[in-house]
Design a protein around this ligand. Structure first.
Ligand code: NAD
Length: 322
């Protein structure tokens, strides 16, 4: 495993992080009886960064991760979130965040988390996020309920603006630094480097499009993106390369992203994910994959309040209807 410093601190995060949304069954049913073995295997592979949310399975993912980490809490850098509690259930008020964090801590069987993040801020009112939510997170940090604070979301432009206005330790952006979309580098990563903020990447498989299971029925990507992803999966298989390995390898090439979170459902996925650390794709495979994805490169989809969506997206309406 390779480790990188978290926001210039003495905390070192594994460059591959364990995304625990599958423990909330968000991509389909996963085996609860395997949780201990799954987490033990991840730790044995050197993965020390675990990310979850009360949203994933409405508390189920936190409960399962908490049980599996119960005796190994000190080995983990544990992140959870606040503000999103259901597909359409958002509450970024200070009172709710304080109350809901207590519930998260109970489920996680711990009295603090390493990182507390405002979850999917594009669904919130930015005035409230800046003047109520983030100050509440900073107060929780002072009280020792969390060691670091951050924000997560889909739009790198929005995340940059908020990170520019409020002192944060980490920013998590998903589906914007992988084989499909590469605009996390446009302004967010430079800002993070400048400010000493940990940049966290999530969804290297574009939320399962390059995974080994069926694509989730809620997947928001335009049909053309899903079709091209299926072509990439078929091509990789012909080359004897697990698509998940290639997808994670691509993310690991980034020089400053602290960690890439992969949604891990079983032990085989941990192994094919970690293979990315030593993997080198043939130039032929890489250029064939890039050629398949070229027509859909940087194609995004509507997410969150319209006023929070990045201007670069709103200015290309064809994308919305793709
Ligand atoms: P992902 O791209 O990591 O895809 C996960 C899916 O791919 C799952 O169905 C899994 O079974 C499958 N998979 C994973 N590794 C595989 C492998 N090696 N081979 C084959 N299939 C594999 O998407 P994700 O789960 O959305 O993102 C990872 C994590 O990032 C999440 O679990 C979560 O912790 C975090 N995340 C956070 C936010 C947010 O805060 N807004 C959004 C997205 C993701």
């Amino acid at each position: 495993m390779i480790y990188r410093s978290f926001a210039g601190t003495n905390d070192s995060l594994s460059v591959i992080g364990f995304g625990a949304s599958p423990l909330g069954n968000v991509f389909g049913e996963t085996s609860r009886s395997m949780d201990d073995a799954l987490v033990a295997h991840a730790l044995a592979c050197g993965i020390n960064f675990f990310d979850v949310s009360p949203y994933y399975g409405l508390g189920l993912a936190e409960e399962r991760l908490g049980a599996a980490l119960a005796h190994r809490r000190q080995e983990a850098f544990l992140a959870t979130k606040c503000g999103r509690y259901g597909a359409d259930n958002f509450d970024f008020s200070a009172a709710t965040i304080v109350r809901r964090l207590e519930e998260s801590l109970q489920r996680l069987q711990t009295d603090y988390v390493d990182l507390l993040q405002a979850h999917d801020i594009e669904f919130g009112n930015m005035d409230q996020i800046l003047h109520e939510t983030l100050p509440a997170l900073a107060a929780l940090k002072k009280q020792g309920k969390c060691r670091y604070i951050g924000i997560t979301g889909f739009w790198p432009g929005l995340l940059s603006r908020v990170a520019d206005d409020f002192q944060l330790d980490a920013v998590l952006n998903y589906c914007h630094a992988n084989l499909f979309v590469n605009d996390m580098d446009r302004e967010l990563i430079p800002l993070c480097s400048q400010r000493g903020i940990a940049a966290i990447n999530a969804s290297p498989l574009h939320m399962g499009l390059l995974g080994d299971g069926p694509v989730a029925d809620w997947h928001p990507a335009p049909a053309i993106v899903r079709e091209k992803a299926a072509e990439v999966v078929a091509l990789c298989r012909r080359h004897g390369v697990p698509p998940g390995t290639l997808a994670v390898w691509k993310c690991l090439q980034h020089p400053t992203i602290v960690s890439t979170l992969v949604g891990l459902s079983n032990i085989a996925q941990i192994d094919t994910t970690c293979r990315a650390l030593e993997f080198q794709p043939s130039p032929e495979l890489l250029s064939a994959v890039e050629a398949i994805l070229a027509p859909v490169l940087n194609m995004r989809w509507p997410q969150g309040r319209i006023e929070n969506q990045d201007a670069s997206f709103l200015e290309t309406p064809a994308e919305v209807n793709a």
